[in-house]
Each structure stands twice: as C-alpha cells, then as structure tokens.
Design a protein around this ligand. Structure first.
Ligand SMILES: *[C@@H]1O[C@H](CO)[C@@H](O)[C@H](O)[C@H]1NC(C)=O
Length: 445
C-alpha cells in the first residue's frame, strides 16, 4: 500500500514538471496508415489513409486533410512503399503549396521512400498527401503490414510564452547537384526558419539556444547514381544514409535527436572520397533537411534536463535475427528510457510520444522491421534493392501509459540489417515525449 502511494505521488510530480517544461498547450498529434493497396491511374487525388493509428486532438476534413485548429509549429512526416514493380510519387501539401515530395521505385521489388518537414500553420491551414498528377501509383498495404503512413504533431503553439524560443527550420534542395566527397550539402530553398538557426549560404544549422533537438534528412539520388550523406554534430559523425538503385532514383533518410549547446552546429555532408549525385527540381522536394527544438533549458523555472524524455540510438554492426533489435550506439538517452540490453524503450511518464526508425539492408538482401507498442503491432518498413543496399523508414505517434514499452522487431522472413563500425551507422531508432498526458495526473489528483 505505501509503495502504491509513493508511486502515485511520483507520477503526479512528474506530470506537473512536464507541464512546466512544455507549457499549457492542448496536444495535437496523429498517425494515419494504409492497410490496403491503393492504385491510382491518373494521380492528382488526396491519399485517404484508412486507419487512424493514433489521433489526439487532430481535425480532418472529409477528404482526410489535417486542418489546423491551434496555430503553431508542426512536424509532419510521410512514408510510402510501392507494390512490387510499381512506382509512387507523392506530395505533401500545405494548402496549395508543395512542402515535400517522395518517389519510390526499384526493379523487381517493393520500394520505400519518406520525407519530413517542419512548418508553421495558422488556423484553417490544411496539410495533406496527394498523388502527383498524371502519374500511375500503386501503394502497398495490409492489415498487419502498414508502410504508408502520415504523421503530424504540434510542437509549439503560438500562444506559448517562450523566452528565446521556439526554433525550427526546414530546407530543400531544388536542383540537381553533384556534391564532392566531404562537402557540406547546401539546401538552397528555405521553407521554415523560425529562430534563424539555418544558414542557407552555408547549409549549416547553428543552435541559437541550448536544448534537445530533432533532425531529419532525406534525399533522392540522381538516376543510376548513389549518395552517401552523413549528419555531423560539430566535427563529429553521428549517422548516415545511403541510396542507390540500379537504373533509377533511390530515396533514403535518417533521424537524430541530439542535445546541443548554444552555438553547436549540425550539417549534412557527403562521405569523404565519395561524391553524391542528388536529384531536385523547382517543384520536386525530395532532398530535405529539417530540425526543431524539442525542449530547452529556458522553459520555466521547474525545467531541468532530468525531466526530459528522449532517446536516439543506432546500430554499428550487421544484425540478423528474428527478435527485437538491440541498438548499441547511443546518441542520446535521457533517463535511460531505452535499454541497450533489451532493445526496449519504457515510458517513464504517461504521455504522447513520437518515434522514428530507419534501416539499411545488407547488400542484395532484404529487411523487414516492425514497430510494436507493448504487444500491439503498429507499422513496418521493408526494403530490398537488387544488387544494392535497400533503405527504409517509418514513424508513429503513440499515446503511452507509464511503463508501456515500444520496440522494433525483425520479421522472420529474413531481415539483414547493415551496420559497420561507429562511422557506418544507418539503422536507427529515436523517440521523444511530445506532451505528458495531463489527464492521467488529473484523474489521480
Ligand atoms: C535535373 O535533371 C533532370 C534529368 O536530367 C532534368 O530533367 C531536370 O530539368 C534537372 N533539374 C534542374 C533543376 O536542372
């Protein structure tokens, strides 16, 4: 009995701390997925994701577009997998404006692509995913195989009073570029730059304030070309992405959550000795780089790093098994919420969390990775590039109770993940607390 009381009072304390950390905003977060094939012969239509995986305070119109009710800074991501021998070319739109594109095709197999963006929305703004006009698309999905997903989350409502924040940027490469080995990729078109952290003359993000930041980057190779891009924190390699698919354009990306001090830099570079050929155009936004401050030392007097929940981990060796993936390299692990012994993330606080995962298959082999919440299947990635390394990604927002677990497993049909040393990390898993669930505290109180 006394143990129970201690447990409850701890929970209430954490919830209160969490609120001072994130301010008083009603959470808005969702993940939708496709559990069936979707074939479009003419393109142009909005993708109607038929399954609501998570929906907390989000509003949609009858066509499935997200409608902004709370003005603020949002993160959106979308992932796709084609049917075998098919293509997809999807676009994420903010009202009538393109904000991100994905393209996928690989000879003789299913192909994966994804992208992410940070945008500011006003009341009534709509965000949706559509099939590119005048194009034939086939997306693959099953009840227990959800690859095509659309995720959105409110990070900072405009009415939050922040002393020095918020910080969020999103930039795109809108031309074909051949980047020589070891060079910084300069994303020329800026979509969002709140806090002025991103410099489009240098391609470098500089943290205007200390805090924990989320970064995503995605790229599309030029036809029959490869890219090997790496995320650097100051002069330190963190992780990479690799894309190549014979005769076509290859999509790959990655995610990191990092703690930065004021003045720290984050940038994307090509691998030394390897030039990267990238595809982009005025109205095709595949090659992107975005980042956002998740929290910082400025939020309220009660804020301290120990109350923050975020992790970001990677794999530095090949892995082939049918069980949980145990990531061995830690980029960030606040409160040790991710176990490098078991591969399991355990929620220390009830709340709404976002998770991102990326993987690269070993040469000529496939990978098939699934995200689980406790024992419940959420979604998957699959990749296989004939004669190459297949990249795949997915993400989800989940509502967790204290002690709930989230982890990745490999499907027993054969999953061969690639990793090789501390500067060859492609397979990653990241998560962070978006918002403590205030009502759990209120119910107990
Ligand atoms: C990039 O290359 C493609 C294929 O060669 C070409 O069609 C396209 O116009 C190029 N884009 C730009 C912005 O030059």
């Amino acid at each position: 009995m006394s143990a129970l009381c201690i447990g409850i009072s701890t929970l209430v304390t954490i919830a209160v701390l969490g609120q001072s950390q994130l301010g008083n905003q009603d959470p808005t977060a969702f993940t939708k997925g496709l559990t069936l094939n979707l074939h479009s012969t003419i393109g142009g239509e909005k993708i109607s994701f038929n399954k609501r995986i998570t929906d907390i305070g989000a509003s949609f119109d009858s066509e499935g577009s997200f409608i902004c009710k709370t003005p603020g800074i949002y993160a959106f991501s979308f992932y796709g997998l084609t049917e075998q021998n098919s293509k997809l070319w999807l676009e994420m739109m903010k009202n009538d404006q393109l904000i991100a594109s994905i393209f996928a095709y690989t000879v003789a197999d299913y192909a994966d692509a994804g992208n992410a963006v940070i945008v500011h929305l006003n009341i009534g703004d709509k965000v949706y995913v559509k099939a590119h006009n005048n194009y034939v698309h086939t997306l693959y999905g099953r009840t227990n195989q959800i690859y095509n997903t659309f995720t959105g989350e409110l990070l900072f409502a405009d009415n939050l009073e922040l002393d020095g924040g918020p910080v969020g940027f999103s930039a795109v490469l809108t031309m074909n570029v051949t980047l020589s080995g070891g060079s910084v990729l300069n994303y020329n078109k800026v979509i969002t730059n709140i806090g002025s952290g991103y410099n489009s003359n240098t391609g470098t993000f500089t943290a205007p304030i200390e805090g924990t930041y989320l970064f995503h980057f995605h790229a599309l190779s030029y036809e029959s070309s490869e890219f090997w891009l790496e995320l650097f924190h100051d002069s330190h390699y963190v992780l990479g992405s690799y894309g190549y698919t014979g005769g076509y354009y290859a999509d790959a990306g990655n995610t990191a959550v990092l703690h930065l001090r004021k003045g720290d830099t984050v940038k994307i570079k090509s691998r030394p000795g390897r030039s990267a050929r990238l595809y982009g155009d005025d109205d095709e936004y595949y090659t992107t780089f975005c980042g956002v401050l998740l929290s910082s030392i400025i939020y309220g007097s009660g804020y301290d790093l120990q109350s923050e929940v975020a992790f970001s981990v990677g794999l530095s060796h090949n892995e082939h098994s049918t069980s949980k993936i145990v990531f061995n390299v830690v980029f960030l692990n606040q409160q040790n919420s991710y176990s490098t012994n078991t591969g399991i993330f355990t929620a220390p606080v009830a709340g709404i969390y976002a998770f991102h995962y990326h993987a690269l298959a070993q040469r000529a082999l496939s990978e098939w990775v699934e995200l689980y919440h406790n024992h419940v299947y959420i979604n998957s990635l699959y990749a296989h590039a004939v004669g190459g390394y297949g990249p795949g990604s997915n993400s989800a927002v989940l509502e967790l109770d204290v002690g709930d677990t989230v982890y990745l497993t490999m499907q027993n049909h054969g999953s061969y993940l690639y990793g090789d040393s501390d500067n060859n990390i492609y397979c990653t898993f990241s998560g962070y607390l978006l918002s403590p669930t205030a009502r759990h505290g209120a119910v107990i109180g």
